[in-house]
Design a protein. Structure first.
Length: 307
């Protein structure tokens, strides 16, 4: 280990940076589509380049040495500057082109994405957009980690979304969250408030999601613990359960934009859920990101109102 660290390999530095964020060689390998052995070999070569140990054993895992932490700190700056440099060059082009990786949650995917993609295909034919459905909390993290370029995320009343350094946020729209019940019949006809649903079966998203937490808090403020019999993150499945007379749920108005399901909705809270886009600061002025945000703004009303 005596080579002067004059020119360090940026690709190997990125692997070390990813390891500091993800924690294991296996996770780094999976994220970057490499094998764990190739990641380990590259990091060993980096150790040889700098002449000091970068990793040490910690049980079955590895942890970064103080020297590695120094490298990681500088690498974060380097990666940001490289992305910013590429973005500033891209900003010199007037035409939006290349690929934008977009992460969305379900109700936005159905309400706005089809129209947005049609708009982009007409106005920016050289722009390629890929879409992946993710929970907003996960998508924000993965956008910060450079796995996505743009995320459409949500923020519930009194439930702030996590913030990450160097993520640029722009408001997109807002919608109401309402109690959805089957359209007619007993005992559904008697439901006019959340309290009236205290003894009814509920369908909710999995525990740990912002939507589940908000719905549970709504029930608890009404004085009861909801009987959650059906747990699914598929809101279309929740709607099917409601339409068939098997459950009630809290649904966002975005789920009623593309089609009007056969159910009855009841106002429960005047506060709105906020929907916003986020991208890394280095990308916000590129033609591709601007085109996507402009297309979304064209199809999404500022404050959604579904009667």
């Amino acid at each position: 280990m005596n080579k002067r660290p004059d020119l360090l390999d940026t690709r190997r530095l990125r692997l070390l940076h990813e390891l500091s964020l993800r924690g294991t060689l296996a996770e780094v390998a999976e994220a970057l589509h490499q094998s764990p052995s190739s990641v380990s070999q590259a990091l060993s070569q980096l150790e040889h380049e700098v002449g000091v140990a970068l990793l040490e054993k910690a049980g079955r895992r590895v942890r970064l040495t103080p020297a590695a932490e120094v490298l990681v700190e500088h690498t974060a700056v380097i990666l940001k500057r490289l992305e910013l440099a590429a973005s500033e060059v891209a900003a010199q082009r007037e035409e939006a082109s290349g690929t934008v990786r977009v992460a969305v949650f379900q109700s936005v995917a159905s309400a706005f994405m089809p129209q947005m993609l049609t708009e982009l295909a007409v106005r920016h034919p050289r722009l390629r957009v890929t879409m992946s459905q993710r929970e907003p909390e996960q998508a924000l993290y993965e956008t910060w980690m450079r796995e996505f370029d743009l995320v459409i995320a949500e923020e519930y009343p009194d439930h702030a979304a996590r913030t990450y350094p160097d993520l640029d946020r722009e408001p997109l729209t807002s919608d109401l969250l309402r109690l959805a019940v089957p359209p007619a019949g007993e005992p559904w006809d008697q439901v006019t408030s959340v309290s009236d649903a205290a003894h009814l079966p509920w369908t909710m998203e999995p525990a740990g999601t912002a939507s589940r937490h908000w719905a549970e808090q709504l029930c608890r403020r009404a004085g009861f613990e909801p009987d959650v019999r059906f747990e699914t993150d598929d809101l279309e499945a929740q709607i099917a359960l409601i339409e068939s007379g098997n459950a009630v749920a809290i649904l966002p108005d975005l789920m009623r934009v593309r089609r009007r399901p056969d159910l009855r909705v009841i106002d429960v809270d005047p506060r709105r859920r906020s929907v916003f886009t986020a991208t890394r600061t280095a990308l916000r002025h590129t033609p591709a990101i601007r085109a996507c945000r402009e297309a979304l703004a064209a199809v999404a009303p500022k404050d959604l109102a579904v009667p």
